[in-house]
Design a protein around this ligand. Structure first.
Ligand SMILES: [Zn+2]
Length: 229
């Protein structure tokens, strides 16, 4: 498999998936995405693959693994686990993570609304929790409300933009402040405890993280409110 072009890799994997189907034309394009996304589509009998340029210099076995993953997706036949594992292992390498982080910073646009909502102020919530749980030592990231009042994503910490974004669903007089405090506390713990990247894994909520979360006094009550949002 030395010296195969990307198109040749996809052609070889295609034949493995569809040995009796005539080989379609295949175009592989590397694009300046804001992350390591890849896309595949079949259109009027031709296969188009668009891969993040972060992967342009990837070793052949990694490109091959991605070909199995993408063609598997196209034909609704999940790729063998070794390919998914190999691909994840590569993306999880320290140098790749650093590159992805940079690319997200440079290319990804981020909307952060600012801390003042119509009912709550995120800066005030952050400061109170910082004093109560972190000896006031956490540096304040950008704080903002999400555009939509999302129930699925109550909050997130974005390390590339050093921002905590809280769902606008909390910015309401009918939502008790305790629920907002808990979600903010959770995101502040993400600021405090880095993600664990061991082997192909990416563990966001480590044991340490969970232990620290238990320090939140009315944890149970807060979680009950979240269930009823
Ligand atoms: Zn979390």
């Amino acid at each position: 498999m030395l010296f195969e072009s990307p198109e040749e890799i996809y052609a070889r994997v295609f034949r493995e998936f569809k040995p009796r189907t005539p080989l379609p034309s295949i175009a592989v394009e590397f694009c300046r995405f804001a992350n390591a996304d890849s896309f595949i589509r079949m259109e009027s009998g031709a296969i188009h693959v668009r891969i993040s340029d972060l992967l342009e210099g990837a070793p052949a076995p990694v490109s091959e693994a991605l070909a199995y993953i993408l063609l598997g997706k196209l034909f609704r036949r999940p790729a063998a686990r070794i390919y998914a594992h190999r691909y994840r292992l590569y993306l999880n390498r320290r140098d790749m993570r650093r590159q992805m982080h940079l690319v997200r910073q440079i290319r990804g646009r981020k909307f952060v609304s600012g801390p003042q909502g119509s009912h709550y102020n995120l800066e005030a919530v952050f400061e109170a929790l910082n004093a109560a749980h972190f000896q006031g030592l956490l540096a304040q990231p950008q704080l903002g409300w999400s555009r939509a009042a999302s129930r699925n994503r109550l909050g997130h910490f974005d390390p590339s933009h050093n921002a905590i974004v809280i769902s606008r669903i909390f910015d309401s007089p009918t939502v008790p402040e305790l629920a907002l405090e808990y979600v903010m506390f959770h995101e502040m713990l993400h600021l405090r405890y880095p993600v664990d990247h061991t082997r192909a894994r990416r563990r966001v909520h480590t044991h340490e993280f969970h232990q620290a979360e238990k320090q939140f006094v009315k944890l149970k009550e807060a979680k009950e409110i979240l269930k009823k949002l």
